[in-house]
Write a protein that binds this ligand. Structure first.
Ligand code: PLP
Length: 422
């Protein structure tokens, strides 16, 4: 038997499945030691997904990870929790009639995006439309939309954006036609945090539908904003099911829903928008469960831990967490702007700081900056903004795990790194 060593897992794939195994203790130590070469999730500045939950949630997760969510009749209590969470989130998003809504948990917002396009396509076909369907979206939409549309044979009417924080409403309306299955709007765009003025889109689209006798609805990608906006203190323009054309909304449980990676939610205002053929009934194990998602087997631990968060934090707790994240993001924005080294580009109510090097709009220089910061453990992503004449932006997502101390350290490290380099 080949002895384990600190390079064992690096030496080659042949080491992964040997003739003889090792003790559980040895295997665990080997893997843990190798994983130390990973970055530290707490220093993963660009990621929206949750890295810290309460110890009690961690216990619940371990307790429920073995239960398969699809075995609905075997795990009836889990099924009740799941279905009540769908209603809870529908209510949070102001669904007008909870008894008519339909929804499901998903692996993340990408699966939800795929299913929402699928549903919109079926609805459009059910209305007697034929030909090649299209979806209208902005260049700031998440990659998962482009991917899902491609998988589903849906043409993309992509509307370019000239400047950050500008919403090209006239161009969007102009792109809608009889083959449009829906318009996708974003509440908290991944690259900039901006939130589309969905109430204005609704007004224009209503008129357009009336004029042409169309039935084009809106899907809101609220992967980020869906668990932020409901907890803001101040009034925002309508964006959710309060707007009659908003037919479906996706939210990421694993972003500001504060659950670890592996959970999204998809809610439809009315079950009629999720055609029954998409939710087939199966004769499976003990009963006939329905499965509206792509995946059958999935652990139930993230759904259960979403219910833990709701129960534990309550609305007041979510408000206080979101408020604190926003306060920290404003503090960070102010520090970066004050320094005179950076331009802060983000302006919305999402706890996110997007910024660029002042006068150094060059991917090579930004790369150098991020690499130097990486030596101080911080992982700072940089990317081209999806706008005309894009600049190379960097983003820091303020998550619940960001403490004041760590934030101060981050500010210091960023400013020092700049001074060291330039
Ligand atoms: C994160 C994100 C997605 C993709 O969601 P996953 O949960 O990572 O699958 C889609 N849209 C937006 C706006 C996002 O921020």
């Amino acid at each position: 038997m080949k002895a384990l060593s600190h390079t064992f897992l690096q030496e080659g794939f042949e080491n992964y499945l040997c003739e003889e195994g090792h003790s559980a203790q040895e295997a665990q130590t080997e893997i843990m030691e190798f994983l130390q070469y990973d970055g530290d999730p707490y220093y993963d500045l660009g990621s929206y997904t949750t890295v810290e939950m309460e110890p009690e949630a961690n216990e619940l997760i371990l307790h429920t990870i073995k239960k398969n969510l699809i075995n609905k009749n075997e795990y009836l209590a889990t099924t009740v929790i799941h279905n009540n969470l769908v209603k809870t989130i529908s209510k949070l998003l102001h669904a007008p009639d909870i008894n008519k809504t339909f929804g499901t948990s998903t692996v993340g917002s990408s699966e939800a995006a795929f299913l929402s396009l699928l549903a919109a396509k079926h609805h459009w076909e059910y209305n007697g439309m034929e030909g090649t369907p299209n979806v209208v979206l902005c260049a700031n939409a998440h990659l998962c939309w482009f991917k899902s549309a491609k998988y589903l044979g849906i043409t993309i009417q992509k509307i370019e954006i000239d400047h950050p924080n500008e919403y090209p409403l006239p161009q969007i309306i102009n792109a809608v036609n009889a083959h449009t299955i829906c318009v996708v709007a974003v509440l908290g765009c991944t690259s900039l945090g901006s939130c589309d003025p969905i109430h204005l889109l609704q007004d224009e689209l209503l008129q357009l539908n009336q004029k042409n006798n169309w039935d084009v609805g809106i899907h809101v990608d609220a992967a980020i904003g869906g668990f932020v906006y409901p907890f803001l203190d101040h009034q925002k323009p309508k964006w959710d099911f309060k707007l009659s054309l908003v037919r479906s909304i996706n939210v990421s449980g694993h972003k500001y829903g504060l659950v670890y990676p592996g959970l999204g939610w998809l809610i439809f205002r009315n079950i009629d928008y999720f055609h029954e053929t998409l939710n087939p009934v199966y004769d499976y194990l003990n009963g006939t469960p329905q499965c509206p998602t792509l995946n059958f087997s999935r652990n139930s631990c993230f759904v259960v831990s979403q219910s833990f968060n709701f129960l534990h934090y309550g609305i007041a707790g979510y408000k206080s967490i979101i408020h604190s994240c926003l306060e920290k993001s404003r503090f960070l924005s102010a520090k970066l702007a004050e320094s005179g080294y950076f331009i802060v580009l983000s302006t919305s109510d999402i706890p996110l700081v997007v910024f660029a090097l002042k006068d150094r709009n060059d991917a090579f220089v930004v790369e150098k900056f991020c690499t130097r910061l990486r030596q101080k453990n911080w992982m700072l992503p940089h990317y081209k903004l999806p706008v005309k004449n894009p600049c190379q932006a960097m983003r820091i997502v303020i998550r619940n795990d960001m403490t004041i101390d760590r934030l101060n350290m981050l500010v210091m490290d960023i400013l020092n790194t700049y001074k060291e380099l330039f």
